[in-house]
Ligand binder design. Structure first.
Ligand code: FMN
Length: 361
């Protein structure tokens, strides 16, 4: 395993095709899925030389938490299809690596089962379901479990047309549950002891179609810091700031909701500039290299997040596989700092990169 790309083909051999396609796929033609990667490859780096970078510091803070590197784990659903230890393995690996993982409504394990195996910090990702009382119960459960922030996904209220899933007639396999959605006031009556009622339970779930008014309600409801995940425009970033959230995640949901949106790294600079440091800006989508992480920081992100890469690590080796992915990225970030003549992630700035069309200087 010398690069993150080495994990996916191995994972593909180990898991069922519909599960692989669910993890790997994007929406429709998957144009944005590939552009999330190529957009990073088009950004040029500007190494400085003859700088003493013998000591390098990868640490930073995100929402006040010290992390060992500027790389966090984005929420990914149904990890049990990759490995039986699922979110428990991911949570342990993130803690061991000194970073933050996010789990949410599409996790197999309940959030209190996850926080019980890892001191965290752990963030809870929320899809709003059914009604405000149900959504409030989900939030309270995350608070009681000890989660340290609420990541509200704002681009997932409506199901998207992912062709791979449609062609596979994808459905969750038996034994893959959504425990955070049980016991919060939805159709628990459909569930049976042998789990045979799960398909009926799943098809009974209805999302609440979020608006800014719902965010105001949630803001008043919880003291947890809130991050909005799925911001792609300056307009919405400004609204997020006005609504008093602590952070945003510039994200196109790993190109899984609507195709031909801009790759996230392209919209990040304008959004970060508009936010102007008032709240924290994170980014995800296509981050696969240490240099991608540094490019994200140079363009205004406090930290970057990964989705698919750690799912492949999980499929390949459970907790150890996720750790391997994280340690590989740590090695790459550290090496990139040295090659670029920068001693710490804290002093990465815009001078690190040239965007397409910019004149080298
Ligand atoms: C298999 C899979 C499941 C996902 N599930 C969720 C989810 O439940 N909630 C959410 O907010 N985002 C979800 N995402 C989006 C990720 O949080 C993240 O935005 C995306 O994976 C980042 O892109 P990358 O996979 O290229 O790193 C999912 C992504 C994948 C690949």
């Amino acid at each position: 395993m010398v690069s993150l790309d080495d994990f996916e083909p191995l994972a593909q051999r180990l898991i069922a095709k519909p599960a692989y396609d669910y993890f790997a796929g994007g929406v429709e033609d998957e144009v944005t899925l590939s552009e999330n990667r190529t957009a990073f490859q088009r950004i040029r780096l500007r190494p400085r030389v003859m700088v003493d970078v013998g000591q390098r510091d990868l640490t930073t803070t995100v929402l006040g938490h010290r992390v060992s590197m500027p790389l966090l784990l984005a929420p990914t659903g149904h990890q049990k299809m990759a490995h039986p230890d699922a979110e428990l393995a991911t949570a342990r690996a993130a803690h061991a690596a000194g970073t933050i993982a996010t789990f949410g409504c599409a996790a197999h394990y309940g959030i209190e089962e996850i926080t019980a195996v890892s001191p965290g910090p752990i963030w809870f990702q929320l899809y709003a379901y059914d009604s405000r009382p149900v959504t409030e119960r989900i939030i309270r459960r995350a608070e009681e479990a000890g989660c340290q922030a609420l990541v509200i996904t704002v681009d997932g209220s409506y199901a998207s047309r992912r062709w791979r899933n449609l062609r596979n007639q994808f459905a969750l396999p038996p034994g893959v549950e959504v425990r955070n959605l049980v016991g919060v006031g939805m159709r628990d009556d459909l569930l049976r002891d042998d789990l045979s009622g799960y398909p009926a339970f799943l098809s009974s779930l209805r999302t609440l179609n979020l608006t800014w008014a719902d965010l105001e309600w949630m803001r008043a409801l919880t003291k947890l810091p809130i991050l909005l995940k799925g911001i792609l425009t300056v307009d919405d970033a400004r609204l997020a700031v006005e609504h008093g959230v602590e952070g945003i995640i510039v994200s196109n949901h790993g190109a899984r909701q609507i195709d031909t949106t801009a790759p996230t790294i392209e919209v990040l600079p304008a959004i970060a500039e508009a936010v102007g440091g008032r709240i924290e800006v994170l980014v995800d989508g296509g981050i696969r290299r240490g240099t991608d992480v540094l490019k994200a920081l140079a363009l205004g992100a406090k930290a970057a997040m990964i989705g698919r890469p750690y799912v492949w690590g999980l499929a390949v080796g459970g907790e150890a596989g996720v750790r391997q992915v994280l340690e590989l990225l740590r090695t790459e970030i550290d090496n990139a700092l040295a090659q670029l003549g920068r001693s710490s992630v804290a002093n990465i700035d815009r001078s690190l990169v040239l965007l397409p069309g910019e004149t080298p200087h």
